[in-house]
Write a protein that binds this ligand. Structure first.
Ligand SMILES: *Cc1c(COP(=O)(O)O)cnc(C)c1O
Length: 354
């Protein structure tokens, strides 16, 4: 088991925090004083380092830039009213990180490097964890291939890092969504379930096309029939039909298994909903809408927790919703926030203290 003494630590001279106001800070723009950096070489992980946040120096032949072995995670830490800092479900992100690593033919990161490294890094940057309501510290672990040679093969060297970014309330306005029938995000046998950098790059064109048509995001559908719904942009998606909440199942490997998705399933069940993880076709969604039973549609993910969908367009059929009348999605969001900020009991053991 790795201990704090096993990390190679270089201290900062002065904190950048003196020049930054954490109030309403935008997402992903400012980074803390420190970063974690660990190299993988000759089949083993070297001594983890925590050092001042700084640019990386690398050769133009860096393998990750050319062949895309690059994965990441997104996690949040919260400061509760007692002043304690707690991370939301980091072990789930850790497991998913290594599933992504395996799929991209990258080495798995040992649990102690990931978890102890994250906790030590946060404790060194603890004054960066905002105490304002709805603020948090966004944690970004990532790994990329770092061979400096452009032969096509899995890299022999990798770099695992964690950087931290304080973030204000992530207000996401209710979204207008275009049901995508031309471009695809994920196929069975592909990498849709991995949090691979390339999945994001590959989605940007379709998203930009939807924006040109006046929509905020696309609802991805399956690659074969463009019929079964998958995800909404980079969020998992939930449909409340009658007293049942439905979200696509993970069986085909085309859905990213969101930690928020799993948490929302738990909370919806606690609220008395029946939750079904199963294939859901856009035709079933439309039928429910025509029958007046499609009550709420929303996306889930770490950045915004829940994003309401106020309009869904499939071909010429437009479904519009008055999100101000919704009850389930806002309640789920409140319940999750109360657990995160220590205002209600953490019965599922989700919060991990730093
Ligand atoms: C990260 C991500 C999500 C959300 O996962 P969370 O663990 O809830 O943040 C959903 N879909 C995709 C494609 C993602 O990359």
């Amino acid at each position: 088991m790795i201990a704090a003494a096993d990390f190679n630590i270089t201290k900062i001279e002065t904190s950048k925090l003196n020049d930054i106001n954490l109030e309403n800070i935008p997402f992903g723009k400012y980074f803390t004083d420190y970063m974690l950096e660990v190299d993988y070489e000759e089949g083993e992980w070297k001594t983890p380092e925590i050092k001042p946040y700084q640019p990386l120096l690398m050769e133009p032949s860096l393998a990750a830039i050319h062949y895309g072995q690059a994965i990441f995670e997104g996690i949040k830490a919260y400061r509760n009213e007692a002043g304690d800092i707690q991370v939301f479900r980091p072990y789930d992100n850790y497991k998913r990180f290594n599933q992504s690593a395996v799929r991209m033919q990258m080495p798995e990161v040992p649990e102690d490097i990931f978890m102890e490294g994250m906790k030590l890094l946060i404790s060194m940057d603890k004054s960066w964890v905002p105490s304002q309501a709805d603020h948090s510290l966004y944690i970004r672990p990532f790994m990329f291939s770092s061979d400096e040679m452009i032969g096509v093969r899995p890299s022999e060297k990798y770099k695992f890092m964690i950087i931290l970014s304080p973030t204000g309330p992530y207000y996401s306005a209710p979204m207008r969504i275009y049901v995508e029938e031309q471009y695809v995000r994920a196929v069975p046998g592909g990498v849709g379930y991995a949090k691979a950098a390339g999945n994001y790059g590959a989605a940007m064109f379709a998203t930009a096309e939807a924006k040109k048509k006046g929509y905020d995001q696309v609802l991805w559908t399956d690659a074969y029939e463009h019929k079964y719904v998958q995800e909404c942009g980079t969020m998992n998606v939930f449909f409340i039909i009658g007293n049942t909440a439905i979200t696509p199942d993970l069986d085909q490997g085309t859905i990213l298994a969101g930690v928020t998705r799993d948490s929302v399933i738990t909370v919806l069940k606690e609220m008395g909903f029946t939750v079904e993880e199963r294939p859901l076709s856009i035709d079933d969604v439309i039928d429910a809408h025509k029958a007046g039973l499609l009550y709420e549609v929303f996306g889930t993910g770490t950045a915004a927790t829940i994003s309401l969908i106020k309009e869904l367009r499939y071909k010429d059929y437009v479904m519009e919703f008055d999100v101000t009348k919704w009850q389930a999605a806002p309640e789920v969001k409140n319940r999750l926030n109360d657990i995160r900020y220590g205002k209600s009991a953490d019965n599922n053991g989700w919060m991990v203290k730093v």
